[in-house]
Design a protein around this ligand. Structure first.
Ligand SMILES: Cc1cc2nc3c(=O)[nH]c(=O)nc-3n(C[C@H](O)[C@H](O)[C@H](O)COP(=O)(O)OP(=O)(O)OC[C@H]3O[C@@H](n4cnc5c(N)ncnc54)[C@H](O)[C@@H]3O)c2cc1C
Length: 210
């Protein structure tokens, strides 16, 4: 696989144990909101690679990913310590669960799934569409971007435990194409909720983070 070295432009905390990293987009890089990239780094002499989903509304010059950092994880703490001017390897883009200009979009996300949620929602509003975000976390990240989305007409539901009432509210307020991003347990739970409401998993755009 071809890895391109790109320069880190910014690393900032966007919530508890959550960072957003901006890097230069490689030349001719055509990534859509909701696609993911592979970042390749060397940690303690070992080559490591992890997937991260775009959290920027585009990847024209810069692209951003949002990383939930487990302090005991291998790559998360390494990425958190990066500084502007450092380099990381990048591959991709990958994935089929991406925004394709749908006029109405409902995003149901958990944990670091907030990254693609803010990126896609910003792009939907730029395009004049309607968007709802249901975001489950015990401590929410990207609250400034979510507040700005709400100010600009998005329906934003920040949830601490049970997503079901917010999913129903989002589907009746906006509906449209449903996207689901998060770790596997969350994604499975939401897929079951959607199926119970007549939305088959094949019709939703679902990406599991493992
Ligand atoms: C397609 C895809 C897209 C992804 N996009 C993102 C993204 O946008 N942002 C992001 O933060 N991560 C994303 N991930 C996960 C990411 O690739 C790493 O697995 C994660 O950052 C942990 O890496 P690490 O080296 O820090 O931790 P490791 O040393 O690999 O340790 C594993 C840690 O990862 C977390 N973890 C792994 N699996 C699960 C799980 N099933 N449920 C809950 N927590 C789990 C836990 O905190 C766990 O302690 C994505 C994964 C895939 C496959």
């Amino acid at each position: 696989m071809d890895t391109t070295d790109v320069t880190v432009r910014a690393v900032r905390a966007v919530g508890p144990d959550t960072i957003a990293i901006q890097v230069d987009a490689p030349a001719d890089f055509d990534a859509k909101p909701g696609q993911f990239v592979q970042l390749a780094v060397t940690v303690d002499g070992n080559e490591e690679a992890r997937h991260y989903t775009l959290s920027s509304p585009d990847a024209d010059d810069l692209l951003e990913v949002t990383v939930g950092v487990d302090p005991d994880g291998t790559v998360g703490p390494y990425l958190e310590a990066l500084e502007p001017g450092d380099t990381v390897g990048i591959n991709g883009p990958f994935g089929h669960a991406f925004y394709e200009g749908e006029p109405a979009v409902t995003l149901v996300v958990g944990g670091p799934g907030v990254g693609p949620a803010v990126g896609i929602a910003e792009r939907v509003l730029q395009n004049g569409g309607d968007v709802a975000v249901v975001y489950l976390d015990d401590a929410h990240a990207h609250t400034d971007r979510l507040a700005s989305l709400a100010d600009h007409g998005a329906d934003v539901f920040l949830v601490g435990d049970d997503v079901e009432p917010a999913v129903d509210a989002a589907l009746s307020a906006v509906g449209g194409q449903v996207f689901v991003y998060g770790f596997s347990e969350f994604v499975r739970e939401v897929a079951d909720l959607l199926e119970a409401r007549g939305i088959e998993s094949d019709d939703a755009k679902i990406e599991s983070f493992g």
